[in-house]
Design a protein around this ligand. Structure first.
Ligand SMILES: *Cc1c(COP(=O)(O)O)cnc(C)c1O
Length: 361
């Protein structure tokens, strides 16, 4: 059996080279005589893996000493709580920009801590777009502004960060983390579940600007306090050793392939191939996102009928394209084409879609 094309939104495709290296080392790490699954998180071997992963990621993103990079657990979903618990006081109010289901979940948890000002929402339009800067009703006294850089379910993405002035900007980047090089100095905190664009499930990367740590109160539960994790270099408790190891391999792969600028060029090329097919189908394929808000990571589209959508998905699955079914709240199809997804796979999907249209048009 051959590997198929995995278009799943997450857990998602990983680079083949990474999987092969992990496979080779799974029984025994070179020079260690034990599997990566068996070593202590307090061992020298793990220390080196941890440090290298952090250094490679910092180099890729251009992170400096003003930031700490953490590997936490609990998913991006736990960050929906940790962000407000640590950072909403003392003002106890924050701005949230609502661009989809994940933004709404973040808002739900923030409301348990303080006052949430929904600075803009595109829900009335079924989240087909990202709001414009002029639509944002930001509060200059807010503790922070929170936004979701890529809306995994709807297939929309911010192409430029919202301007938050002097208010710290916080981003849930779960589904487009490291798909391009961002100006890190615009951000106070970025978090991302690894399983979309970076590694396996079970690790959440948090990048926090160190001055924000002054806000975390000692009354917080130890594990929910960012200070705990910064002071212990993410090793207060047992870390996801295997997850960080794979993230390290992915970071090495990104460096080898030209870093984040090269990745961004390739991501733009891949997405353009698929959107072109949608746009040139004479309305047969219809994108969910408005063109200026389209995601490079998750391409969402519909067909003329649900029957045809089912038929396409079923035939695509047989042809070796997996994970194309859209999220139930949008319907239709979603092709997730993260960093590790090969351009050839996008080209093959487009040939398949053209063929399907000519037979079922
Ligand atoms: C997948 C996803 C989440 C949830 O991640 P978990 O790690 O499952 O908690 C949050 N935000 C966005 C944008 C996502 O794509």
């Amino acid at each position: 059996m051959n590997r198929i094309y995995n278009f799943s939104a997450g857990p998602a495709i990983l680079p083949e080279e990474v999987l092969k290296e992990a496979q080779e080392n799974l029984f025994m790490l070179p020079g260690v005589g034990m599997s990566i699954l068996e070593i202590s998180h307090r061992s020298k071997t793990y220390d080196a893996i941890h440090l290298q992963a952090k250094q490679d990621m910092a180099e890729l993103m251009g992170l400096d000493d003003n930031y700490s990079l953490l590997f936490l657990q609990g998913g991006a979903s736990l960050q929906f709580s940790m962000v407000p618990m640590n950072l909403m006081p003392p003002a106890n109010k924050a701005d949230y920009i609502s661009t989809g289901a994940w933004s709404k979940k973040a808002i739900k948890e923030a409301k348990r801590v303080g006052t949430v000002n929904v600075a803009a929402s595109t829900e009335a339009e079924n989240f087909v777009r990202i709001p414009k800067q002029s639509e944002l009703k930001l509060d200059p006294e807010a503790s922070y502004v929170h936004f979701t850089s890529n809306n995994t379910i709807y297939g929309t993405e911010w192409h430029n960060e919202p301007e938050a002035g002097n208010v710290p900007l916080i981003c849930d980047a779960s589904s487009d983390f490291m798909h391009k090089k961002v100006d890190i100095n615009k951000y106070a905190l970025i978090y991302a579940g690894a399983q979309k664009n970076l590694g396996p499930a079970g690790v959440t990367v948090v990048i926090i600007r160190k001055d924000l740590l002054a806000r975390s109160q000692d009354s917080l539960h130890t594990m929910l306090n960012y200070k705990t994790h910064v002071e212990n270099d993410s090793l207060y408790n047992t870390i996801n050793v295997f997850g960080v190891y794979i993230i390290g391999l992915v970071a090495k792969w990104l460096k080898k392939n030209g870093g984040l600028n090269a990745m961004y060029d390739l991501n733009k090329e891949k997405a353009a191939i698929l959107y072109k097919c949608i746009d040139e189908s004479g309305g047969y394929y219809k994108g969910h996102a408005l063109p200026d808000s389209r995601s490079l990571m998750n391409v969402t589209f519909r067909l003329p009928s649900e029957e045809l959508e089912k038929k396409l998905i079923s035939e695509a699955t047989k042809a070796g394209f997996d994970g194309l079914k859209g999220h139930r709240s949008v319907g239709g199809l979603r092709a997730s084409i993260y960093n590790a997804f090969p351009k050839k796979g996008v080209e093959d999907l487009v040939s398949f879609m053209k063929d399907f249209q000519s037979k079922n048009g």
